[in-house]
Design a protein around this ligand. Structure first.
Ligand code: NAP
Length: 247
């Protein structure tokens, strides 16, 4: 398998795209550590699926906003798995509102989880990956970081920030043989979208050239490829997985 013997961290993997990526990495040979903030039972269920695929799984309750939690998690994963090869930064939330109603808390919370959270984990693995002269980092952004979305200045800013962050990180880590890329999903059916009103969902579907929302597994397949040696000359890229929602 393409990831045999590798060890990965996927942030925010108790459900949705993170869960699908964690399972796909495991099904392709990697041991996987996941974190999450709230959903204990769901996280345990994902671990069961990873173990059913014959791989080891570590489940760590850690808020990605915490710099020290990130360092602790990375250290624990290295100690328990004996190595670390892959980081998938995925944990994210939305807390929408038009700018004239958005609170400071809404702005700060989304930026702290969705952008600083990515810094925290990349910072924690960078020294390890540089020293071992190998590693893969995939940052999950969004097409709304490329195009901006009404009602999502906070989310769009964080996701656009991830794109700049990915490109800068690719320049910093490339000479150490560490691949850094981002994946920008369009509308994917996950719990994040459960609370979105039906008419807004339909508007999103109307934008999609393929005429349907994506599935978490369809994002996961691309991420697994990027984490494999088959993708070793892809670097600093932002790859849309959106069914042609933003062409
Ligand atoms: P989701 O279904 O809401 O899942 C989000 C995951 O992140 C959950 O496992 C959640 O765990 C975890 N999480 C949230 N805040 C966290 C924190 N502070 N610390 C640790 N874990 C945290 O979301 P999703 O749709 O799968 O989205 C995953 C990523 O894809 C996000 O970065 C999102 O912006 C991006 N994305 C999604 C779509 C889409 O259409 N779904 C489109 C473009 C981009 P707990 O709830 O257990 O804490």
């Amino acid at each position: 398998m393409v990831l045999d013997g590798k060890a990965a961290i996927v942030t925010g993997a108790s459900m949705g795209i993170g869960a699908a990526m964690a399972i796909d990495l495991a099904e392709n040979g990697a041991d996987v550590a996941i974190n999450y903030r709230k959903h204990d039972a769901e996280a345990r269920e994902i671990a069961n699926k990873i173990e059913a695929a014959g791989r080891r799984c570590l489940v760590i309750k850690a808020d990605v906003s915490s710099f020290t939690d990130a360092e602790k998690m990375v250290a624990e994963v290295r100690e328990k798995f004996g190595r670390l090869d892959i980081l998938v930064n995925n944990a994210g939330i939305n807390w929408d509102g038009v700018i004239w109603k958005m609170t400071e808390e809404q702005w700060d919370t989304v930026l702290t989880i969705n952008l600083k959270g990515y810094f925290n984990y990349a910072r924690a693995v960078a020294g390890i990956f540089r020293e071992q002269k190998s590693g893969k980092i995939v940052n999950i952004t969004s097409i709304n970081g490329l195009r901006g979305k009404f009602g999502q200045t906070n989310y769009s800013a964080a996701k656009a920030g991830i794109i700049g962050f990915t490109k800068a990180l690719a320049k910093e880590l490339g000479r150490s043989n560490v691949n850094v890329n981002a994946v920008a999903p369009g509308f994917i059916l996950t719990p994040m979208y459960e609370s979105v009103p039906e008419d807004v969902k339909q508007q999103a579907i109307n934008e999609i050239a393929l005429g349907r929302p994506g599935k978490p597994e369809e994002v996961a397949a691309v991420v697994t490829f990027l984490c494999s040696e088959k993708a070793r000359h892809i670097h600093g890229e932002i790859i849309k997985v959106d069914g042609g929602q933003y062409i």
